[in-house]
Ligand binder design. Sequence first.
Ligand code: FES
Ligand code: FES
Length: 191
Amino acid sequence: MSESAAIPKQNVHLAMRVNGEPAEVSFAPYKTLLEVLREDLNLPGTKHGCELGECGACAVLLDGQPVLSCLVLGLECEGREVVTVEGLTCEGKLHPLQDAFADLGAAQCGYCTPGILVTAKALLDRCPQPTREQVKEALSGNLCRCTGYLQIFEAVEAAILASPPPVVVRTDASVKPNGKPHAKRNGEARS
Ligand code: FES
Ligand code: FES
């Protein structure tokens, strides 16, 4: 197709929340979320890796779930909540995961680190006390060429220890308001 016959690509304009703040952005409609973050929202913490969905370097949280931003169109993010590695700090303080990664040598060249940090954060948000196997499983899509992974797993575990214990709120009917379980009725299985 000649250049003059090329379909004009008009920018789209949309609003989303990025790292807890409202953001409005205009960009070419073919851009991935990765490109929009880096090129249009000036958030270069999220890394370009393979751009094929294979390395995990571009991971961000979309509505709390880790996604590969190289595989998500920016257009799909209208009205949605995006968290990048830049959004992990809170009131100027590093997230416990960031502290642990720095202290334990889990970030070496650092290229994989933003994707691993946000993926680990998503894990700890849904499962505050994961086992080593659960950590490995959650990070299995994030490739690291430097560390051999052991320091990464240890850093996630150190961050768990450094975080306040989760508050468990039981709302099921087997617990009375005073926190004691209801007496079992005849024939009810013990759990
Ligand atoms: S850059 Fe997205 S998975 Fe590699
Ligand atoms: S620290 Fe270099 S790729 Fe992971």
